[in-house]
Design a protein around this ligand. Structure first.
Ligand code: SAH
Length: 196
């Protein structure tokens, strides 16, 4: 297939942690993502006080935007450094607590209570731990998971969605023979079959 060159590639959690340690975080957008501004109304569809999920959140500034608009934000990220940088770069006080259901897992929550960031692998989560969401901002998430884990990732995401939730997905389009990823190239046909 046209993505054959990427399908066996695996990036380990350790490699992601190293990227954060080395400051190899070219994916981080200081200014926030223009596509979230553009499609914000689609995500919210006139609703207020939503619970919004940020899978593989890094230190995405969009979490602060949505919290400032009155929504509750939940993120998950393996790098504790990323999460600490998020809170410190926005001067947000937070507290830390273990997550009893997840060995080694931690929850970092803003003192104001509206931003909860789980430090663990997304595959450790379930709706019994984090509940369900009205909206999802998936940027640098589906395209960052290892190709062999895509179906597992998508099935989990579907299990975390409320009935009327909206899911904004950002992908990248390029020739997968010219770049090894991440971000990986996920063709639209595959997205359709993954999400059903
Ligand atoms: N969505 C963010 C970050 C994208 S980069 C943004 O838009 O800026 C992908 C992030 O996923 C990295 O920060 C990496 O540390 C994290 N990550 C990779 N595998 C993960 C996993 N299994 N569970 C949770 N986070 C993971």
């Amino acid at each position: 297939s046209d993505v054959g060159s990427q399908k066996d590639r695996v990036v380990t959690e350790e490699e992601w942690l190293q990227k954060w340690e080395m400051g190899n975080i070219g994916f981080h957008k200081e200014q926030g993502h223009p596509l979230l501004r553009k499609y914000l109304d689609v995500l919210l569809s006139g609703r207020s006080g939503l619970r919004i999920f940020f899978p593989l959140c890094g230190k995405a500034v969009e979490m602060k935007w949505l919290a400032d608009m009155g929504h509750r934000v939940v993120g998950v990220e393996v790098s504790e450094q990323a999460l600490k940088e998020f809170f410190s770069e926005h001067s947000l006080p937070y507290c830390e607590e273990p997550v009893p259901e997840i060995t080694g897992g931690k929850k970092l929550q803003s003192t104001s209570g509206n931003i909860s960031l789980y430090c663990c692998s997304i595959y450790d989560l379930s709706s019994s731990i984090v509940g369900k969401f009205d909206g999802v901002w998936d940027r640098g998430a589906l395209v960052a998971v290892n190709p062999c884990d895509r179906q597992r990732y998508v099935s989990l995401m579907i299990s975390l969605m409320e009935k009327n939730s909206s899911y904004l997905l950002v992908t990248v389009s390029y020739d997968p023979n010219k770049h090894k990823g991440p971000p990986f190239y996920v063709p639209e046909t595959e997205i359709k079959s993954l999400f059903g």
